[in-house]
Design a protein around this ligand. Structure first.
Ligand code: C2O
Ligand code: CU
Length: 495
């Protein structure tokens, strides 16, 4: 506790002298400590984790606080969080608070917002929890290896008045690439993964365990917080039979709606909060399949109703969450910026296709500039080990002097039009801000969702809008961590 020992002793003494013991905890939380941050110790170190019950199911991994996922950090909105990170790895690391609007110095990006935390060193992160919602934390140093080895954990910021549910459940989804002997395959960041769809694994886990059944009670209302912590796998669990309602995306509330076809599509780093009312009879079983990759669907988990119902029917508690304090972008006055993604295998072919689809006459068509930027990108790709380009430039992870790709006027509204001229999906993440997804291929989006990571399909053009109210140099990158390693990142300056 930050309270000086003397004050603390005096306080304890007076509290003990003047009150019965039972009152003490209440006093302890009252004004004296209201401003003290919620403090968490987080040690990063090699450890072991059990993915499956079998004897061979325990593997060597890297852990936050000794576990995979790391401990669920929970604070109340507008509380201050302080995390003391101690690096027990033999290499540098950082912690990034994905989706949380933190001040620049707390963002955990090596060389851009801080010096990486060396082996044996400590770093203290401290920030206010401005937005309520479902967030997560992970390293931003060699993420394609560190996250893959198990470094990730949930960060839940509770609403001041939490939504009324029977159970608040977090599922961190991940996949692992295991060798025949069950260890983590150490082919991190190989050329093939970088140039294709990233490191998609062969073993899917929920909260670090190969899932079996998830027990529920009839009539129960569950808030299910889904977090995709995988390097590259896109999840699309099919909850049709449970009539899911989406109440938040990437931590930010949306007007509640049932997802199309019951599918909840989550690119890497994305989150969704669902309300599931467990209607149906005791003893019911529902299998949840993941249907993102055509022909590769698999059963994610079985939902098993116990024999004892909680209530008849579903509760009628309200679903909508209170809005977070985000500034509404003004589209009339917003400045417009174009960003084009190129590269990857078959990049050239797709680039030509894009030229045809989006040629000069097409709305929002490519400019000659964009075409030549893509051409430049292709040349660079053939001549080097980089694979992916943002406006023709592949970032080199080994260099620490990234120049801003865009400079955005502070406290002004901005639209970023992103064109995916590749044959691959890219979950695109902007640090320090949440943005509205306003259109896809020229069509306004139905939910105008606030996100911090937006999944952009092959050949798709997506427009986002936000007020650049957080000053600093911010990362903008693909959250397929192998794509990021292959150059798909840039810096946006807010000044
Ligand atoms: Cu979740 Cu730049 O990261
Ligand atoms: Cu990508």
């Amino acid at each position: 506790f930050p309270m000086p020992a003397q004050t603390r002793r005096a306080f304890l003494a007076s509290a003990a002298a003047s009150t019965a013991g039972a009152v003490l905890p209440v006093l302890w939380r009252s004004p004296v400590h209201a401003a003290a941050p919620h403090e968490v110790q987080l040690r990063v170190a090699p450890g072991r984790t059990r993915l499956m019950p079998e004897p061979s199911g325990e593997i060597a991994a890297w852990c936050y606080g000794g576990t995979v996922p790391g401990p669920e950090i929970r604070v109340r909105q507008s509380e201050r969080l302080r995390v003391v990170v101690e690096n027990g790895l033999a290499e540098e690391t950082t912690v990034h608070w994905h989706g949380v609007r933190v001040p620049h110095a707390m963002d955990g990006v090596p060389h851009l917002t801080q010096k990486p935390i060396g082996a044996g060193e400590r770093f203290v992160y401290e920030f206010d929890a401005v937005d309520a919602g479902t967030f997560w934390y992970h390293p931003h140093q060699r993420s394609f290896e560190q996250v893959e080895r198990g470094l990730y954990g949930p960060l839940i910021i509770e609403e001041r008045e939490p939504a009324h549910v029977d159970r608040d459940v977090t599922w961190m989804l991940d996949d692992w690439r295991l060798t025949k002997s069950g260890a983590i395959s150490e082919d991190f960041g190989n050329r093939h993964d970088i140039h294709h769809n990233g490191r998609v694994g062969n073993t899917v886990t929920i909260n670090g365990r190969v899932p079996d059944t998830f027990a529920v009670r009839a009539g129960e209302r569950i808030r299910l917080r889904l977090i995709n912590a995988a390097n590259a796998r896109i999840f699309s669990p099919d909850f049709t039979d449970l009539q899911p309602i989406v109440i938040a995306l990437d931590g930010q509330p949306v007007a509640p709606y049932p997802p199309d076809g019951g599918l909840v599509v989550l690119g890497p780093a994305m989150r969704a909060d669902l309300i599931l009312d467990m209607t149906g009879k005791p003893g019911r079983r529902v299998s949840i399949f993941d249907r993102f990759y055509e022909g590769l669907e698999y059963k994610l988990v079985d939902i098993a109703y116990s024999d004892t119902p909680l209530r008849e029917g579903a509760p009628d508690w309200p679903l909508a969450l209170p809005a977070n304090p985000l500034l509404e972008p003004d589209l009339e006055t917003a400045s417009r910026n174009e960003v084009v993604f190129t590269g990857g295998m078959m990049g050239q072919m797709v680039a030509q296709g894009m030229g045809e689809i989006m040629g000069p006459g097409a709305p929002g068509g490519m400019t000659r500039d964009m075409n030549s930027m893509m051409g430049g990108g292709m040349m660079q790709m053939m001549n080097s080990s980089t694979a992916w380009f943002i406006n023709g430039i592949a970032a080199d992870q080994a260099r620490h002097d990234m120049k801003p790709a865009l400079t955005l006027a502070r406290n002004k509204s901005h639209v970023i039009a992103m064109t995916n001229a590749t044959a691959w999906h890219h979950p695109i993440h902007l640090h320090g801000h949440s943005f509205r997804v306003i259109s896809r291929n020229g069509q306004p989006t139905r939910h105008r969702e606030w996100q911090d990571t937006v999944l952009v399909s092959p050949r798709e053009k997506v427009e986002i809008a936000f007020v650049a109210d957080n000053p600093g140099d911010w990362m903008f990158h693909c959250h397929i961590l192998e794509h990021q390693a292959g150059g798909m990142m840039a810096v946006f300056r807010v000044a």
